[in-house]
Design a protein around this ligand. Sequence first.
Ligand code: ZN
Length: 444
Amino acid sequence: MKPLLLENVLLIDGTGRPPYKAAIRIDGSRFASVSAAAKSPAPEKFDVLDLAGLFALPGLIDCHVHLVSPVEPLAHEPYWKLNTPPTLKAFCAARNALETLKAGFTTVRNCGGVSYGLPEDIFLRKAIAAGYLIGPRILACGGGISMTGGHGDRQFPVFMPAHPHLGYGDETCDDPGSCRREVRRKVKMGADFIKAYTSGGVSTPGDGPQSAEFTAEEIRAIVEEAHAHEKRVAVHAYGLQGIRNAVDAGVDTVEHGCYLNEATARRMAQQGTSLVTTLGILKAILRRGQSYPNPEALKKAETVVAAQSSAFGIARSAGVNMAMGTDASVSIRNGDNAVELIELTGEGLSPLEALMMATRNAAIALGLENEIGTVEPGKSADLLLLDENPLEDISVIAGKRAIRAVIRNGQLLCARNENGEELLGSPLPLETAIRAVRSRRRPI
Ligand SMILES: [Zn+2]
């Protein structure tokens, strides 16, 4: 196959540089060259795609999703936890992965929530990597690690022993030894990173968002063991003590971080701990109001939502690397990930800054800054083509109609024609793609 040359495209390259007209050469799965010259000297050596009028940006990255989540209407069925066996969850996860890719997200980190003992996210990653399913690159943790009664302990019903086919369950550990053992077990299963919970949360009954979970010693055991295996650690932490314990132990990313203070933010910036903010999820829960099945969670969400905006400002002024996450599951559906970009501009970020959180900053948070996040030679050819300017209106990404093509690892997996009709393939034949992408739904 000839290398692909994308000409005349307005490139937002993810480095923070303003858009410029570029020619991008994709050789196999990588960007071979990116130049400001709009034309190539030897077009006969390439398959050429003239993209005049289109915008290109790096494939987007969502650092916090839950792909193994029920899809509507299943999600709102009574007793769905009891009625959803692992097989059905896996089908839902496949749908969620496809919707995520179609939304322009070429990489996601799946932060827990799988069936007890069954690392469905690892299986999903394998199926996508093998080309059986269409979806984003997945970083999988094989479920999180929680203390008994902690935010990841979803054992249901509570008075019965855990059953592998009931509910979504992260593993519970209650001393440093079992924490180490669980990290080792996850690494053995093929986890890309380790997810743990060091504070309470909103959606679990009985624990408060500000309560600290796991002892400092247990968190250290998790981090030491994960790092010994060269795996990064992400922790769910709302409350300050939970954040502090995790930062002291040397975790790589703090998720949510709603009660972060200045001193801890400074430490995060110094030691290179990233913050994955998830601004939209609590608001989405609050918007559901009385239809949300857990009234206690609604009350908790109201208090936390007030805190998270100030934590966002604190982290920003301290210079913490901040990356985008959605917590996509039920309240924000997988596939609606780009709504978080709108939330970020609501906190005073420019559209370009918001995009940085979902591209370069996100790649740094995942330790993949040499692989993805910017359009530069040598990096994985993950690209999103739009026919509207996201820097003028960031909501065009969430609206999806402007997304004309999604390329992952140099493969064109999804294209939309001028009527908004989707074409999917693993990968799509180039001819089909050219026809779709060249069609114009408005004069340029
Ligand atoms: Zn989450």
